[in-house]
Design a protein around this ligand. Structure first.
Ligand code: PLP
Length: 226
């Protein structure tokens, strides 16, 4: 099942686009099955669950190589459960969180790869920065580079949860246009290159808007076991 689902996605995914297999609410055994099928990048959205899987994986002899990305809302008191284990945080949704990750990076001699989450969806509940705050932040980073504990690698966004394709396209277009605008404005931010958009229901649309990473859960692992 998992291997067939992955094969279907690999067939249609351009090789330059990274697949983040979202394994939240699925057991480590599902992750291991995906590894056997060639997948090595996984997304988790809850600190406890991530930590549990990391520890469990460490007990497995000849464990496969797994790269974890954090994609969920992250509270600043949970950084220690997440940052030591992940290659990237996609979901930096406030200046306060960015500042705390930056502090952690500096204190630990690391530079944490992050994406800034842009608020585009119609849902009030979705987190993220609005355009003017992103602009502010990026200009400051380009100018005096105050956040040396993080590498701001790009933007992440979630489209409105709807079946209306026009609404989804409008959300992706807005984030993609703003991404290009920021890149043009701050060419000195050479690492600002990633656009993480697209989930199970809309990743093929996201490709049309320049996604460099897609985050796919259900279409690989099936319905989540809450
Ligand atoms: C759960 C989740 C996904 C994956 O959603 P699917 O619809 O199962 O593919 C992607 N991105 C984020 C931020 C998520 O929380």
């Amino acid at each position: 099942m998992i291997s067939e689902n992955l094969a279907t996605i690999y067939r249609e995914l351009p090789s330059a686009v990274e697949l983040v297999a979202v394994s939240k609410f699925h057991p480590l055994s599902a992750v291991l099955e995906a590894c056997k099928a060639g997948q090595h990048v996984f997304g988790e959205s809850r600190p406890q669950e991530l930590e549990k899987k990391v520890k469990e994986l460490q007990t497995i002899p000849d464990a496969p190589e797994v790269h974890w990305h954090f994609i969920g809302h992250l509270q600043t008191n949970k950084l220690k459960m997440v940052l030591p284990y992940v290659d990237m945080v996609h979901s930096v949704d406030s200046l306060h969180l960015l500042q705390e990750i930056d502090k952690w990076g500096k204190a630990n001699g690391k530079v944490v790869d992050v994406l800034l989450e842009m608020h585009v969806a119609a849902e009030e509940t979705k987190q993220g920065f609005v355009e003017e705050d992103l602009l502010d932040l990026l200009l400051r980073q380009a100018d005096t580079h105050p956040y040396k504990g993080v590498r701001i690698c790009g933007l992440m966004g979630m489209a409105t949860n709807t079946d209306n394709e026009e609404d989804i396209r409008a959300d992706f277009e807005r984030i993609a246009d703003f991404f290009e605008y920021l890149r043009d404005l701050c060419p000195e931010l050479t690492e600002f290159t990633e656009l993480s958009i697209g989930m199970s229901g809309d990743w093929k649309i996201a490709l049309e808007y320049g996604a460099t990473k897609v985050r796919i859960g259900t279409a690989i692992f099936g319905e989540r076991q809450y």
